[in-house]
Design a protein around this ligand. Structure first.
Ligand code: PGA
Length: 253
């Protein structure tokens, strides 16, 4: 049985007071956070207070990005995995479509970042997803395969056991248009099958989260899909009540 995960990706939103408010609400989820792996991914400056606010609860903290460089060095503006570990992070998002499209991150760079995370014991949440144009032109599977294979080929299939995949169709991110449970299930099953071509056990055990306009009112039906192992939540993670409803939906699945 795969334990479901719900990760909140705050993106570049929030303030110290909102961060404190959301952390207090999430860290008091109690039993729910024992049944589901709940992760909060705030912007870098709030990591320290999120980590301390979650101490004593089962909620863990993740970053939204890290450097592909493992060793310290002259890389202005970069943050290493080691620093994130030292700050108390357990997870880190890599390859989010906003980083791929706005900051030119290639699948190779994403794979290097996933490796840098694993090197220091962080769990990378590796995001992959197709645009609407890629889906409608019949290239969805090719695009997803290229993004997934880059990571598998760089890390090796055995290391995939220590990663989490997040399927985030670009057309569903922040648009209010959610993939239907059938669409999500179809892609998740495809990704799992592709990994099974390398190693059936790892494919059966790896968690594949869905992301893209997950809200309190659609989480339950998405999490009920057999190959959907939780969600990566953007907008709704900035609303304590919505995020808690989503975590509770995962606990019941
Ligand atoms: P959304 O974002 O829930 O606001 O669509 C999801 C994500 O980008 O991770």
């Amino acid at each position: 049985m795969r334990k479901l995960m719900v990760a909140g990706n705050w993106k570049m939103h929030g303030s110290q007071s909102l961060s404190d408010e959301l952390t207090a609400a999430t860290s008091s989820l109690g039993e729910v956070a024992d049944q589901v792996d709940v992760v909060i991914c705030p912007p870098f400056p709030y990591l320290g207070t999120v980590v301390s606010g979650c101490a004593g609860s089962s909620v863990s903290t993740g970053a939204q990005n890290l450097s592909n460089q493992v060793a310290d060095g002259a890389y202005t503006g970069e943050v290493s995995g080691r620093m994130l570990r030292e700050a108390g992070c357990a997870h880190v998002i890599v390859g989010h479509s906003e980083r791929r499209s706005y900051y030119g991150e290639t699948s190779q760079l994403v794979a290097e970042k996933a490796a840098a995370a694993l090197e220091v014991g962080l769990t990378p949440l590796v995001c992959i997803g197709e645009t609407l144009e890629e889906r409608e032109s019949g290239n969805m599977e090719a695009v997803l395969s290229e993004q997934l294979d880059a990571v598998i080929n760089h890390l090796g299939i055995q290391a995939m056991a220590n990663t989490v995949i997040a399927y985030e169709p670009v057309w569903a991110i922040g648009t209010g248009v959610t993939a239907s449970p059938e669409q999500a299930q179809e892609v998740h099953a495809f990704l799992r099958q592709r990994m099974a071509g390398n190693d059936a056990t790892i494919a059966a055990e790896i968690r594949i989260l869905y992301g893209g306009s997950v809200k309190g009112n659609n989480a339950k039906e998405l999490f009920a899909c057999p190959d959907v192992d939780g969600g990566l939540i953007g907008g709704a993670s900035l609303d304590a009540e919505q995020f808690s409803t989503i975590c509770k939906a995962a606990a019941k699945s």
